[in-house]
Design a protein around this ligand. Structure first.
Ligand SMILES: *Cc1c(COP(=O)(O)O)cnc(C)c1O
Length: 360
């Protein structure tokens, strides 16, 4: 069997040229006589890999010098607790809850202080982004938290919230590197890389230097302090060497394609193909209010759960994998990250069109 079009929400498709390069280097990385998997993280050759990965990411995103880039294990989920543990000053945290991931993060933060939900779209099963232009931000809030692209519910912020001078923290897991990003609008940007960048098990945390504090409560574990990772070049202990290596390849690949402006252009084009189809279909419909639709995760439904399941089975048989929607939304979900080729989306739409004609 050849490669399928994999619409998984994550881990997700990787760019084929990157996989091929990795394959070529698998047994003997650049004459080192060993695979990156077998290499000491303290070796010169590995230091070059991690340094280049950081430099290329800085270049891609235009990360200012007063921000650190940290490679941390534990996935995006570990950040749900590291953020309140490390940013806690007054012990007040403001959350904007727009879906499953921001809700999880908010629930975790309650262990570390007082949490205010200053906006939520739970009333309509998270199918929109609330107006965030004038929210009741707490005077004592240590930060305002968002999940900028909700992977499960398929919504995205078109405009960042007005935090009234407070630090903005953003979970960008499922939109990382999908479009240009003005890093200095944020205190922290972070994401698990397995959605839009590389293999699972690594988070990238981009954090403004003044938020990396040494004066945390003594019971905060050493590994959960940003200062530990920052002062040791993300190598306090053995990092996820492999994932960092692969991410580095993806950064170079994105640069070769023309950077984040270009990715945004391609991603808009890809998403439009799918959304235009859904808007004109009588069989399928998108579940998100138009102006808040994600370019990365596209949930849609038929008129019944039974029919949804039939479509999922038919797509799988035709070589389109992982289109089953998350159980909290139901239906189908097409995740069309950077690595999904435009041909994959076109082929899926052709298939769904035919399916609709045959089943109406
Ligand atoms: C997948 C995802 C997470 C969780 O990532 P893990 O690396 O599995 O912990 C968190 N936030 C968002 C937005 C996600 O899409």
């Amino acid at each position: 069997m050849g490669r399928v079009y994999n619409f998984s929400a994550g881990p997700a498709m990787m760019p084929l040229p990157v996989l091929k390069e990795i394959q070529e280097e698998l047994l003997d990385y650049k004459g080192s006589g060993m695979s990156v998997m077998e290499m000491s993280h303290r070796s010169k050759v590995y230091q070059t890999i991690i340094d280049e990965a950081e430099a290329d990411l800085r270049d891609l995103m235009g990360i200012p010098d007063n921000y650190k880039v940290l490679f941390i294990q534990g996935g995006a989920t570990l950040q749900f607790s590291m953020i309140p543990m490390n940013l806690c000053k007054n012990g007040v945290f403001d959350y904007i809850v727009t879906g499953a991931w921001s809700k999880k993060a908010m629930t975790e933060a309650k262990k570390f202080g007082k949490v205010n939900v200053i906006a939520s779209s739970e009333d309509k099963n998270y199918s929109y982004i609330p107006d965030c232009s004038d929210l009741p931000v707490d005077d004592d809030a240590d930060y305002v938290y968002i999940c900028e692209n909700e992977t499960i519910h398929g919504t995205t912020f078109q405009k960042l919230p007005n935090t009234k001078g407070k630090i903005l923290v953003s979970d960008q897991s499922s939109m990382f590197l999908s479009k240009p990003c003005n890093v200095s609008d944020y205190g922290i940007i972070y994401g698990g890389v397995q959605k839009n960048v590389g293999p699972a098990g690594l988070s990238i945390v981009i954090i403004r230097e003044d938020l990396i504090r040494e004066d945390l409560k003594p019971d905060v574990p050493v590994y959960l302090r940003y200062s530990t990772h920052a002062s040791n070049g993300s190598m306090y202990n053995t990092p996820n060497c492999w994932a960092i290596y692969v991410c580095g390849k993806v950064f170079k690949y994105l640069k070769s394609l023309g950077g984040l402006e270009k990715m945004n252009e391609i991603n808009k084009k890809k998403a439009a193909i799918l959304y235009d189809f859904l808007d004109n279909s009588k069989y399928f419909k998108g579940t998100v209010e138009k102006e808040f639709r994600s370019l990365m995760n596209v949930p849609f439904v038929t008129e019944s759960a039974e029919k949804d399941a039939e479509v999922v089975a038919a797509t799988k048989a035709a070589g389109f994998d992982n289109l089953k929607g998350h159980k909290s939304v139901g239906g189908l979900r097409a995740s069309i990250y950077n690595a999904m080729p435009i041909e994959g989306v076109e082929a899926l739409v052709d298939f769904l069109k035919k399916y609709e004609e045959e089943h109406r």
